[in-house]
Design a protein around this ligand. Structure first.
Ligand SMILES: [Zn+2]
Length: 84
């Protein structure tokens, strides 16, 4: 799976610091609450939460239901610089 989400500049600055392995792990483990089987995401967009986490929004590749995933980059990279 190779997905590059559409991210705000602040979120992208953190995304590019994640390892490829870490990205694939995150993107491949997004569970869909609608069909309860879909793992993954398409048409992913994302932004940075003030606490430094990347929040991804997108759609289930199987049923098209909305999915959301918080990536805990705040824990490893600290709070967002633009929200001191
Ligand atoms: Zn689904």
């Amino acid at each position: 799976m190779h997905i590059i989400p559409t991210l705000t500049p602040a979120a992208m600055s953190r995304w590019i610091r994640m390892t490829d392995q870490g990205k694939e792990l995150v993107l491949g483990s997004i569970f869909c609450g609608s069909c309860e089987t879909g793992l993954g995401i398409r048409d992913a967009t994302g932004e940075l939460h003030p606490y430094g986490d990347i929040i991804l929004y997108g759609y289930c590749p199987d049923c098209g239901g909305k999915v959301c995933r918080v990536i805990g980059t705040g824990e490893t990279m600290g709070r967002a610089e633009e929200f001191p």
